[in-house]
Design a protein around this ligand. Structure first.
Ligand code: NAP
Length: 309
């Protein structure tokens, strides 16, 4: 019998119930005391504590509840050769697309400045631009970057996407590889980051990259805090090179109370909520991969350990 251990920290019982419904022949466990001496082939994880995976007998596959798996790769807890399957599902993509669109549209139509003017009782219209007058660059054309870029292009923004390999995205201009980055960002009004965190992308969003944007622009970071050099971001905000940064992710989470990002007037902080994993579609995806694995078929969304995502 297939045995699955839910090793995540949230609602284990709820996930287990969904797995039992999706895979009625499987034994689904939420406590290591249930392991016994028979192998447990699949583990469902978020950010497992050290030693969690090593304690699972006969583990073959790690199923991640998260799209980003840099913490699993750097932990050294997943043995070489053991597949890690990252989370890709429609709920995640829909959530991120909504969050990105909300941030870009709020900045584009001056929602925050008008809220501040309202507080002072001031009637003072800005010159409102059309989306077609703005350039938006999305870093990453994957499961999350592609649908976000497609929606922004559909709204009417001049949309560019940058990925490792240039990929066609409906309505957008595509750029690829390190040589394409500057062209993708040059003169952009909005920079949306939806890259995975790897050795190549860590600290990518630094002073020179922000300076390549048009003056007074918006940074939207929905990926990982370590993509952004915070000191350079604060300098760009203070100089007016950026007018706003909408940040969902931070180098340290929760964001420490003393961090200057909390109180900066041109920073919008959200607590890593852009694209939460929704249990039902997530379990449907993981159960489909369990079935594929048991049938000897290739699983979907297996992490490329060499690429780091
Ligand atoms: P994905 O499907 O793997 O897509 C990653 C994209 O980034 C691909 O287009 C890839 O290029 C590109 N890329 C990777 N390395 C690159 C490099 N060195 N240079 C240029 N492009 C590069 O990932 P995803 O599912 O869209 O997720 C992206 C990230 O979002 C996750 O890793 C996670 O950190 C973050 N996330 C955040 C939240 C939240 O709530 N804030 C939720 C979910 C995920 P190729 O197409 O050429 O491979």
């Amino acid at each position: 019998m297939t045995r699955i251990y839910i090793a995540s920290k949230g609602d284990r019982a709820g996930l287990a119930a969904l797995f039992r419904a999706a895979l009625p022949d499987a034994e689904v466990m939420i406590d290591p005391s249930e392991f016994g001496d028979r192998p447990v082939s699949f583990a469902v994880v978020g950010r497992p504590d050290p030693g969690t995976l090593a304690a699972i007998p006969g583990l073959e596959v790690v199923l991640s509840l998260n799209a980003g798996v840099e913490h699993l790769l750097s932990s050294g807890e997943v043995p070489d050769g053991m597949p890690i399957v990252r989370m890709v599902d429609d709920g995640l993509a829909a959530g991120m697309t909504e969050w990105v669109a909300a941030q870009v549209m709020a900045w584009h139509r001056n929602i925050l400045p008008y809220v501040r003017l309202q507080a002072k009782g001031t009637w003072s219209p800005f010159r409102e631009k059309l989306a077609s007058e703005r350039i938006v660059t999305v870093l990453g054309a994957g499961a999350l970057g592609r649908p976000a870029a497609e929606l922004l292009a559909h709204i009417g923004f001049q949309t560019r996407v940058w990925s490792r390999t240039a990929r066609p995205v409906a309505g957008a201009t595509s750029f690829g590889g390190p040589d394409g980055l500057r062209d993708a960002v040059d003169g952009a009004d909005v920079l949306v980051n939806l890259l995975p965190l790897t050795e190549q992308t860590r600290d990518l969003i630094d002073g020179p990259l922000l300076t390549a944007m048009a003056k007074g622009g918006l940074l939207v970071n929905g990926a990982r805090g370590a993509h952004v050099v915070d000191a350079d971001l604060l300098a760009a905000l203070d100089s007016g090179q950026l007018s706003l940064a909408a940040l969902d992710v931070f180098r340290t989470e929760p964001l420490p109370s003393a961090d200057p990002l909390w109180s900066h007037p041109a920073v919008l902080v959200s607590p890593h909520v852009a694209a939460p994993t929704h249990p039902a579609p997530a379990v449907a995806e993981m159960a489909a991969n369990v079935r594929r694995y048991l049938a000897g078929q290739p699983m979907h969304n297996v992490v490329d350990r060499n690429a780091g995502y």
